[in-house]
Design a protein around this ligand. Sequence first.
Ligand SMILES: Nc1ncnc2c1ncn2[C@@H]1O[C@H](COP(=O)(O)OP(=O)(O)OP(=O)(O)O)[C@@H](O)[C@H]1O
Length: 655
Amino acid sequence: MAAWETKGMAEALPDANPPAGDKPQSTSGEMSHAPAALALTADGKTPQEVGWVAPTAYNYLLYNASGKDSASHSAATATNDDPDREINTEATGYQLPVTESYQGVAQGEWHSNAKVYEWNDEYGDIGPKFDQLEKQLFGDVNRVRTGINFANISEIEVIQEGTVRIDPVRLFDDAGLHPAMLENVKLAGYTQCTPVQAYTLPAILKGYDIVACAQTGSGKTAAYLIPTLSKLMGKAKKLAAFRPNPATFEAGVSAAVRAEPLILVVAPSRELATQIFDEARRFCYRTMLRPCVIYGGGPTIDQIRQLEKGCDVLIATPGRLCDFMDRTHLLTLKRLKYIVIDEADELLTSDWEQEMNKIMSGGDQEEGNITYLLYSATFPKTARDIAKNHLAHEHVRIRVGRAGSSHVNIKQDIVFVESSLKRQALLDLLMSKPPARTIVFVNSKRAADEVDDFLFNKGLPCTSIHADRTQREREDAIRAFRSGTSPILVATGVSARGLDIHNVMHVINYDLPSTQFGGIEEYTHRIGRTGRIGNLGLATSFYNDHDEDLGATLVKTLLETKQVIPDFLHQYLPEGFTAEGEGDAAQLKFETDSDFGDGTEETAAEDGGDPGQAASGEAWGAAEEPAGATSDWGVTKEPATDTSGWGTTGDSGAW
Ligand SMILES: Nc1ncnc2c1ncn2[C@@H]1O[C@H](COP(=O)(O)OP(=O)(O)OP(=O)(O)O)[C@@H](O)[C@H]1O
């Protein structure tokens, strides 16, 4: 068997769509004799014969040209009844092929122009339904649906830290949501809250600042969007700034307004910002709350056109936001009620210090009026230290599982592959398994281009994304991957954070993220692109001597979810653990544990939930006070001293 050959992968891809006929054979060893052109399996099958769709070439010249006059794509006059918007070719003189669409955004369109519900001042409390728009927002077959292990994500221990305790809510029906929001939650297909939602929903509705750390794919976006939007829905008419009536608005003719959002969501990547915007478009449906997204690389003029129609929920990447904050005639933060920092640990680092400083406290917002909500799947100490400066003294800290832990629904394989053999190993891996949506992570832009070219020339349907690509290319690549036209995406870490894409069955770390590329936190975020919201997934990582700095933490991460430890990593096995992954996971010591507790933490299993229920794998979430609990749930508790490193003394201001 070749060094890179893995075991048990086919079983880990239960939802993959295997080609008709026999399962493809492993091709290790034989591939070097294959013709230079197409990849072939051991029995001579091409990628298409084993079931991969044919690769689609991307016309860089054509699509990049389309970015030159992006204003022509403006949706300034779109209404709720429009059929799928056509690209306006008159102004530019070229015809864009509109092939793939995701939630109503076709290739060739900017995501910032995606259709939102256009409120008419004549509507009552809740606007009428619009079938076309509803179908686009909620009906897309490519949206992520809960998987067979949804119950698993509800079994994870929830720890409350800090000064405040919250009674969790189990069902959205019981959460006291605005009727329009409840309808939208139902249209989205959500009934049961995930743990992070169960705690932070009531906490936000009660008005607390929040720090929440929960595993990848556990519904953090909805955990902050649903309660913030719901809370504002009843008061929108009073709180929201004046805006022109969309029913009569004409771009360039009607008076434009300055955007005065009530909610600001900051996300570190453009891809994540547009994805959050999609979620906001869904949850704002049939209400007057108007979401907008601004991000670098996209056409500023289009984004301005959207803002000047009014904006209540602004989703933004930091750079573009700071840029717009300087243009006070376009945007003011003075009405802000909520600032949400998604992927907070990424944004609360020195890399973003200048921008985040300005956003958190340097705008014209009234600091005392703002609720801060910080969410992430990982939370190293440096980020926690910075976060504490912005939180009110009485805030809610929720941790679902260990901060930075990976999910049991993800099978993690580590295979030894020398650097010079990685391409071949990748090809063999892709050809030997049932075709499935796959993300291949590399550590450099150059590697992304090279691996993409290599796979494409071998007949595999791939696309790639990295920071040197134009925004047009980035949006098209994600759309092609989402729609399945290019089910293999080669990516650098830029796109790791937060991407939520239907049915990603396999994540391959072609390069492991060594410390300089984000280390184990980056690993957790990358593999978390699969196994989301109760679905199963597989993560395969190529390891060699260059990755030794990751060895020890990687082994602990694997042991935490009882993964098999390959022999070349046995040297890192802590005492008391076997190579089969057996051992007491509670004994594993991680850096992120070290200062998390402050002596006031309580776990749902111990105090708030029902341990028996959780252990038996049934649906979790104690909506009622558990029998026998002596708890002070819902009661504010002051710790005598704060030893956590989080701090509870919330001195406001810049870090
Ligand atoms: N209560 C729920 N029931 C069913 N599906 C849900 C629920 N909450 C969220 N989802 C879906 O789960 C998926 C993952 O959610 P989301 O992207 O918010 O995860 P996340 O925790 O932010 O992940 P990451 O840390 O990777 O950013 C989304 O497709 C979302 O629509």
